[in-house]
Design a binder for this molecule. Structure first.
Ligand code: DUC
Ligand code: ZN
Ligand code: ZN
Length: 489
């Protein structure tokens, strides 16, 4: 027997990237992939992968973990439980949030989330900074220092009573991002329309969870997208629109991208696989399917698939926002809350990839390479984690998910590994399952067993990269060479 050449060889599998599918062994030395090819020499350890698809570990760039909501409700998940669930679902990188609320110091907030993740995470992670209070200090001191420290994306909300920033503040944040080359991610819905609808519905006695979907009138999405894109265009600042849910919203993005505006956009499994009808359950049960924006119609699902195919939407994230269906979470206001009193959000870190693999690979919608692209490669690129994350190539981190493409699983509440105790996708049967998962060359999940250790995940410092760079197309008012010479930016 000759000397081992690698620490680990994943042997004989079918490797898939966003552009290619090919038979190859994967040679791993330490944390990294160091060889691809057939008949690689021996490894100290070997994993037989003849019947497996060898894919990059998933990159989930929108997850709320150990996060305090503005209403004071703590997520059900810790970094340990959320990243454990992610790992079981084939995801090896997550970007979660460091959530500032009004009155909080952003730097302190980021330090606190750092400490929690350092202790609990068992996959690699980064943060988006939620800015709810863009004070002069936050804009001029905290944001530049934090972006320089590797937090190169900012999230803002255009709705939610205690989180929303108005248009003027949104412009302040967009400009702060432009100056520091950070990407701005936005929850874009028209607050006034939603608040007005909620008031009217509740006054008329329409309180059940299904009216949550009615309150987020479809136009609230397209209107906010249009306004947001206008502001981003005014400053020539790249943006990422989170969780697109409607056909009209996707159309607004298509039109803006067609004009050369640097707009990125994501959707989530809940908008591809659920509809507003899922909220229509007896009593308060519909709360389990309540998220914002709400799931819409099958026609919207088709429009979102089309937008993915066309590249108008580039990523599919989970928007994992875990609340238990009990008095600690969804039923915090009692057993019969009005829809306004129910925390918004669904668990999804674990089910994102199996649901999408089933739809895209097993059932053939857009195919294997596109599956890898929208769940791993494109998110890694947009958030500047590529090439280290999101692909399989020599030199990349050995973050791999080995899928059994034939394994059939019926999703069920009891099988998930987060702390939510239900999945909104229970009862769905999927084909294809991530059986073995590696994070930087270490097996963290194998055949239903966890081997990853809390605290072994690493923080991924990121600069803004290409996605966050202005497109270089200033509108007349902002262009000092075409106007009065002042530099408004
Ligand atoms: N909507 C959000 O904006 N965030 C968390 C979950 C949700 O449903
Ligand atoms: Zn959101
Ligand atoms: Zn979210």
């Amino acid at each position: 027997m000759s000397e081992p050449l690698f620490d680990l060889v994943v042997r004989g599998g079918t490797v898939a990237t966003a552009s290619d599918v090919f038979r190859s062994d994967v040679g791993i030395t330490g944390d990294r992939i160091t060889a691809l090819g057939t008949d690689l020499g021996p490894g100290r350890k070997e994993i037989e992968a003849r019947d497996r698809l060898v894919l990059p570990g998933g990159v989930d760039t929108h997850a709320h973990i150990e996060q305090l909501s503005a209403a004071g409700i703590m997520n059900a998940d810790t970094f340990e439980s959320a990243t454990r669930a992610a790992a079981f679902g084939g995801t090896t990188t997550v970007i979660s949030f460091a959530a500032q609320h009004v009155g909080m110091c952003l730097t302190r907030v980021v330090e606190e989330y750092h400490a929690l993740a350092r202790q609990g995470a068992l996959i690699d992670y980064a943060f988006h900074m939620i800015v709810a209070d863009p004070t002069v200090e936050a804009i001029e001191e905290d944001i530049p220092a934090l972006v320089a420290a590797g937090h190169s994306s900012i999230k803002v909300f255009m709705t939610y009573d205690r989180l929303k920033v108005d248009d003027e503040k949104l412009l302040d944040v967009l400009l702060a991002a432009r100056r520091t080359q950070a990407l701005v991610c936005v929850h874009a819905e028209n607050h006034g329309i939603i608040a007005w609808m909620v008031k009217r519905l509740l006054a008329k006695g329409y309180t059940a969870p299904k009216y949550h979907a009615v309150s987020h009138a479809r136009i609230s999405e397209a209107e906010a997208f249009t306004r947001l894109i206008g502001m981003a265009e005014l400053l020539d600042q790249p943006i990422m629109i989170f969780h697109v849910s409607t056909r009209e919203g996707a159309a607004v993005i298509r039109e803006a991208r067609g004009r050369g505006v640097k707009v990125f956009a994501e959707t989530c499994p809940q908008y591809l696989f659920m509809t507003a009808a899922d909220l229509d359950k007896p009593g308060s049960e519909g709360a389990k399917w309540m998220c914002s924006p709400p799931p819409r119609t099958t026609d919207d699902q088709e429009a979102l698939w089309r937008a993915l195919a066309l590249g108008d939407l580039q990523t599919i994230s989970s928007d994992h926002a875990p609340y238990r269906y009990d008095e600690s979470g969804k039923l915090m206001a009692g057993p019969s809350p009005t829809f306004k009193q129910i925390a918004n959000g669904l668990p999804g870190l674990e089910t994102r990839l199996p649901l999408l693999f089933d739809a895209m690979v097993s059932k053939g919608r857009l195919g294997l390479e596109k599956f890898v692209e929208v769940t791993a490669t494109a998110p890694a690129r947009i958030y500047n984690l590529h090439p280290r994350k999101g692909s399989i190539a020599i030199g990349t981190d050995a973050d791999l998910a080995l899928w059994d493409p034939d394994r059939e699983v019926t999703l069920a509440d009891e099988m998930t590994h987060d702390r939510v105790s239900y999945t909104p996708f229970a009862g769905r049967r999927v084909r294809g399952w991530p059986v073995t998962v590696l994070s930087r060359g270490r097996v963290i999940v194998d055949d239903g067993k966890l081997y990853g250790e809390p605290g072994s995940g690493q923080f991924l410092a990121r600069s803004g990269g290409e996605a966050a760079r202005p497109a270089g197309r200033l509108v007349a008012e902002m262009d000092p060479t075409r106007n009065f010479g002042a530099d408004l930016l």
